[in-house]
Design a binder for this molecule. Structure first.
Ligand SMILES: Cc1cc2nc3c(=O)[nH]c(=O)nc-3n(C[C@H](O)[C@H](O)[C@H](O)COP(=O)(O)OP(=O)(O)OC[C@H]3O[C@@H](n4cnc5c(N)ncnc54)[C@H](O)[C@@H]3O)c2cc1C
Length: 277
């Protein structure tokens, strides 16, 4: 199937992109790497849009060390995230996540901003943002605003980005010297979306556990976090299984996903402690 007819405009800079969205009368769609958007258009899940191509807007790509945080441009590609020395040193969860995302061709074009704005609950980067406690930076006609990752993902494929706004960057706290960051997931085949995935961040202020593919958005498992802070792994696994309400679909049943989530938490804890690679 082919996409329906629509408009296209390439933005020269960020102000131009915001202006083009404003002129699109609610039909504007930001085009970044196109790996999700074009597929959706070809399936006619998205029609008649005015594509505002931001892929050549300068200043929206790359990673900057800001001292206590890393600032990641929204147009930074998955492949760049995986290889970037600052990410590998200070936010290894993101670098590790890349190897779980799709295939090389998609990772070469897909952008972190696109993955977050798309807000697929089965995607890795959104769950990483929750586990890391990231802040998302959004520009619109009224200037810049920031959103905590916990407030950003609102529902299935829905975020707090308004139709005239653009996600421009993400800041993540740099890992402490002895911080551990782990991602575990189960997928049917390498490169498939995960049936269940789990991120664990262990830092001095406590544990953060997020999950993908168990709800309409990525979620934090707060009860499991509390149990893990008390050193109770069995309690954390039980709490995790009790606090999630995963869907049943053609890929996996809810009970299978709940079971796997507990196993992933045990694996992540073992990996965090260096007992399991
Ligand atoms: C076969 C296949 C398998 C995949 N497997 C995985 C997987 O296992 N794990 C995973 O995480 N992902 C997977 N993906 C998704 C992939 O990671 C996409 O690259 C990513 O979700 C979207 O990034 P993009 O830059 O291509 O965004 P686009 O496709 O250009 O845009 C996606 C959506 O985000 C909006 N958008 C994009 N950038 C911005 C911005 N800066 N501000 C506001 N809105 C914006 C667009 O308007 C659109 O609605 C897969 C994709 C495919 C096609």
């Amino acid at each position: 199937m082919k996409a329906s007819a629509g408009g296209y405009a390439r933005a020269n800079n960020l102000s131009h992109a915001i202006e083009l969205l404003a002129l699109s009368d609610g039909m504007g769609r930001v085009l970044a790497g196109g790996q999700s958007l074009i597929a959706a258009m070809n399936m006619r899940l998205s029609t008649g849009d005015m594509l505002v191509d931001i892929s050549r807007v300068s200043g929206l790509s790359g990673v900057i060390d800001e001292g206590e945080t890393l600032r990641i441009g929204a147009l930074t590609k998955h492949v760049e995230i995986g290889a970037h020395p600052l990410i590998r040193a200070h936010a290894p969860l993101l670098a590790d996540a890349v190897s779980f995302i799709a295939h090389a061709a998609i990772r070469n074009r897909g952008t972190i901003g696109g993955a977050l704005a798309h807000a697929d609950p089965a995607a890795e980067f959104p769950a990483c943002m929750l586990a890391l406690g990231a802040t998302l930076h959004i520009h619109g006609p009224d200037g810049e605003r920031s959103a905590a990752a916990e407030d950003f993902f609102e529902d299935l494929f829905e975020t707090s980005i308004k139709e005239d706004e653009i996600l421009t960057a993400i800041t993540v706290p740099k890992a402490e010297a002895d911080e551990r960051q782990v991602l575990q997931e189960v997928a049917r085949r390498s490169g498939d979306y995960a049936l269940v995935g789990l991120c664990l961040v262990a830092r001095s202020s406590g544990h953060r556990i997020s999950l993908l593919s168990v709800a309409s958005t990525p979620i934090l498992a707060r009860n499991a976090m509390t149990q893990l802070d008390q050193g109770n792994v069995d309690g954390a696994v039980a709490a995790l299984r009790a606090e999630i309400d995963p869907p049943s679909d053609t890929q996996a049943s809810a009970s299978y996903r709940r079971h796997i989530a507990g196993i992933l938490l045990r694996r992540a804890v073992a990996q965090e402690k260096g007992d399991f690679a």
